[in-house]
Design a protein around this ligand. Structure first.
Ligand SMILES: [Zn+2]
Ligand SMILES: [Zn+2]
Ligand SMILES: [Zn+2]
Length: 156
């Protein structure tokens, strides 16, 4: 999916795909100095749900820099941000996989964990991935397809 297609289909926004309209809220962009978003508010809202460094700091701020694991006693600021739905090597490029909140099916979203809990979760995800891989290897067909990863141009 290209960045434009993703912006049109992003459940957080209502962009119709028309140029000259805000790529988040679909309002006409009145300022001649803006091309992508109608306001700083929309630009920031988009950034913190789609660009990793913004999403990461927004997630930490939201969690008040504390591990979200129930009953965790780790120090404040001992925190890292985890994709609740494992990225499985999907990378950290811009996209809807950085949404702060899970979608209506409970998929995705970011959570804040201390280093220890993050390591536990990551290890569990890797284990699940290895198990899934072993399973699919057993039933592998020759319909293996690898999509070339397109470099997304940043147009903020
Ligand atoms: Zn807007
Ligand atoms: Zn999105
Ligand atoms: Zn913790």
């Amino acid at each position: 999916m290209t960045l434009v297609e993703e912006r049109i289909s992003c459940p957080l926004g209502t962009w119709s795909g028309e140029p000259g309209k805000c790529q988040l809220c679909n309002q006409f962009i009145e300022s001649t100095r803006r091309r992508t978003w109608c306001s700083n508010k929309c630009a920031r809202e988009w950034q913190r749900n789609h660009i990793w460094r913004f999403a990461r700091s927004a997630a930490k701020r939201r969690a008040k820099y504390r591990c979200q694991e129930l009953g965790c006693t780790a120090e404040r600021r001992d925190c890292e941000v985890n994709h609740i739905s494992a990225r499985n090597g999907g990378g950290y490029g811009p996209g809807c996989h950085h949404h702060l909140n899970p979608d209506k099916n409970g998929v995705g979203g970011l959570e804040v964990l201390c280093r220890a809990h993050h390591a536990t979760v990551t290890a569990a995800q890797a284990k699940a991935r290895a198990a899934a891989r072993a399973k699919s290897k057993a039933t592998e067909t020759k319909t293996k397809k690898s999509k070339p990863v397109k470099k997304l141009k940043k147009r903020l």
